[in-house]
Design a binder for this molecule. Structure first.
Ligand code: FAD
Ligand code: NDP
Length: 317
């Protein structure tokens, strides 16, 4: 197959679909590659891995992640987007038009929106698969308010800004928050560390790593930990376990093509979707390691589509 397109969108989370809806309405007839288990996640992105979404505006009754993404997909199709269920393996941004290689062939595009998202890192501990989404989460802001965590002891693993932010956030809901830090210091900024250390509801366990998660068959009940200096083991009672050990942006296929930061996130000009390659725009979690929410991803998808539309217009005027 293969074709030439005015605009191609790679990725199918809230950022990709919002970019599709806006560019289709701008009569750019976008083609989207939604991915096929790209980055280990189904087409539709990270929200397909979760249950109820309570913080996406417009849905006063909670909607599940898969349902919300199905609705976004339907809206993209309805507005005129063509969607291919394929993963993009390689792109060449040094040529004009840009070259995009997927399973069904080689495509070219005048403009490109990259919205391939990120994947939250998960720890492969005994019990994690059994209790994933049954007490274990990789997003405190998304799941922290669920009734199952209210006034219950909670555990957060990590020592970066995410861990500090999530531990602090969770003190609103949990009875107490145990923060497991594998070294004797945190990587988080001093200001975030101070907030954690001054919070009476947070207990920091230094040099501590999780070994196993325990449950009652239905829900998580405790985390088995060990001190990596003394090897002493302990069991911390917990109804919630939150991984905050970083994300991996889905940018392996972009290495050498566009400027990425040290962690692999696409670098954009602050407050814009503009990347280091003219005509290529980035939206959503693939360029955002701070906010990482469906609504912020959708917002940046809108910005990318509007920026691409303006850029394409300027090329032809
Ligand atoms: P993603 O959702 O990451 O989607 C990108 C998708 O693009 C990928 O999954 C894949 O299908 C596709 N793709 C990747 N690489 C390629 C490629 N090479 N070719 C083609 N396609 C590709 N946020 C909230 O606001 N509320 C919540 O309640 C909430 N709950 C969450 C629960 C969990 C468990 C997780 C992990 C996240 C949650 N989030 C929540 C965060 C939210 O899911 C993300 O911020 C949002 O999905 C980011 O959207 P995105 O469009 O940038 O990318
Ligand atoms: P980071 O990569 O900064 O930190 C990950 C943390 O998890 C580190 O402390 C690391 O330990 C720990 N870790 C990693 N793997 C394991 C493991 N297997 N077991 C135990 N611990 C582990 O990721 P973040 O998501 O925290 O932050 C990413 C970026 O986003 C940073 O640049 C951060 O500053 C930024 N950010 C900013 C925020 C803000 O300004 N409000 C909020 C959130 C993120 P170790 O230190 O030993 O390597």
């Amino acid at each position: 197959m293969g074709s030439h397109e005015k605009i191609i969108i790679i990725g199918s989370g809230p950022a990709g679909h919002t970019a599709a809806i806006y560019s289709a309405r701008a009569m750019l007839s976008p083609l989207m590659f939604e991915g096929f288990m790209a980055g280990g996640v189904a087409a539709g992105g990270q929200l397909t891995t979760t249950t109820e979404i309570e913080n996406f505006p417009g849905f006063p009754e909670p909607i599940t992640g898969p349902e919300l993404m199905e609705k976004m997909r339907e809206q993209s199709l309805k507005t005129g987007t063509r969607i291919l269920t394929e993963t993009v393996h390689r792109i060449d941004l040094k040529q004009r038009p840009f070259v995009i290689e997927a399973d069904s062939g080689t495509y070219t595009a005048d403009a490109l929106i990259i919205a391939t998202g990120a994947t939250a890192k998960k720890m492969e501990l005994p019990g994690v698969d059994q209790y994933w989404q049954r007490g274990i989460s990789a997003c405190a802001v998304c799941d922290g308010a669920l009734p199952v965590f209210r006034n219950k002891p909670l555990v957060v693993i990590g020592g970066g800004d995410s861990a500090a932010e999530e531990a602090t956030y969770l003190t609103k809901y949990g009875s107490t928050v145990h923060l497991l830090v594998r070294r004797g210091e945190m990587r988080a900024s001093k200001a975030m560390q101070k907030r954690v250390m001054e919070n009476p509801k947070i207990t920091i366990h230094w040099h501590t790593e999780a070994k196993e998660v325990l449950g009652d068959g239905r829900l998580l009940t405790a985390v088995k930990v060990f001190n990596n200096q003394t090897q002493a083991e302990a069991t911390i009672e917990a109804s919630g376990l939150f991984f905050a050990i970083g994300h991996k942006p889905n940018t392996d296929f972009l290495v050498g093509q566009i400027d990425l930061d040290d962690s692999g996130y696409i670098l954009t000009q602050p407050g814009t979707p503009i990347t280091s390659v003219e005509g290529v725009f980035a939206a959503g979690d693939v360029q955002d390691k701070v906010w990482r929410q469906a609504v912020t991803a959708a917002g940046s998808g809108c910005m990318a589509a509007l920026a691409a539309e303006r850029w394409l217009e300027a090329q032809h005027s």
